[in-house]
Ligand binder design. Structure first.
Ligand code: ATP
Length: 283
């Protein structure tokens, strides 16, 4: 099946920040979580995909169209940026009229349901809403555009626990339609755990990994030993946690070594998704 988004040799150089070169294909029917430290380049990558930031080099294609050459792709993609500019003087009702008129597949039923479930006040001006209320209104103005591709930059920041759970369920339901593509830039492990199929990990402008979530959580195993470990580096060693605990990326080789050297272990566990991502971002 044709990729929804194809990024080829993309680079953006801005002062002392260098994004890329990034190569990534986002397939239809897949939820991709884009994760990384603050300043890693997630928003820059998304803005470049949206043609809001001009790349220094490389190509981006959305549903086969080069984003710099045509505007055809713009109606196929709904994007919620991190910065909310230009909404302040309008209330939710006014914003809805404006946005719904731009998207031919606007789903009014979904909009009304989101507003009700997320308890969004449509009569207050945007600027007088709390940051969480603003975020919930903007999500209600973005998801019902019913485009094949949805990109949300930190969608669950600021919003309360109940609304977050409603939103994650709504997004899972939104993905039930065939061949839709969802990209979320997020710092929330819960978003990744509940929604993501693939995880793209960024560090210092580079794409460290683009892999399916399940294999990511099988990357590293932590062992707890009976006695302190020798100081030599052991097979597959990635990290030590104190003198009696070690994290490896190669269970088989480590266990062979431990057995050959009569080093007994008490317990082993695969690292959690959160610990795996943190480890990848720190080693
Ligand atoms: N408009 C801009 N002009 C110059 N540099 C910028 C601009 N926007 C972002 N940057 C720089 O680009 C780098 C990447 O920023 P970006 O916002 O893409 O990171 P991020 O991964 O989305 O971070 P966060 O998790 O904090 O949202 C940072 O060094 C940032 O200072």
């Amino acid at each position: 099946m044709k990729a929804s988004i194809e990024v080829t040799q993309l680079e953006k150089i801005r002062d002392d920040f260098h994004l890329g070169p990034i190569n990534i294909n986002i397939e239809p029917g897949i939820v991709t979580a884009l994760v990384g430290n603050n300043g890693a380049g997630k928003s820059t990558l998304i803005k470049t995909i949206m043609n809001l930031v001009k790349p220094s080099s490389g190509d981006i294609r959305i549903l086969g169209s080069y984003v710099e050459e045509t505007q055809d792709w713009q109606k196929e993609i709904a994007y919620l940026p991190q910065n909310k500019l230009g909404y302040d003087p309008f209330n939710g009702n006014q914003l809805k009229e404006l946005i719904a008129s731009l998207y031919p597949n606007w789903d009014d039923k979904l909009f009304n349901r989101m507003v009700k479930e997320l308890d969004v006040n449509l009569r207050k001006n945007f600027k007088s809403l709390s940051p969480g209320m603003q975020q919930k209104l903007l999500l209600s103005l973005t998801i019902p555009r019913n485009t094949p591709i949805l990109i949300l930059d930190e969608p669950t920041s600021h919003i309360d626990i109940v609304s977050k759970s409603i939103l994650l369920d709504l997004l899972a339901e939104w993905m039930e339609h065939d061949d839709r593509t969802l990209i979320l830039a997020t710092h929330q492990v819960e978003d990744i755990r509940k929604l993501a199929d693939m995880v793209a990990i960024m560090k210092d402008g580079d794409l460290l990994a683009h892999t399916d979530k399940d294999s990511l959580t099988q990357s590293y195993t932590q062992y707890w030993m009976v006695d302190p470990l020798p100081s030599d580096s052991l097979p597959g060693e990635v990290k030590r946690k104190g003198s009696k605990s070690i994290v490896t990326e190669n269970e088989v080789q480590l266990e062979q070594y431990l057995s050959q050297h009569q080093l007994n272990w008490l317990n082993k566990e695969q690292l959690s998704l959160e610990d795996t991502i943190s480890l990848m971002l720190t080693i």
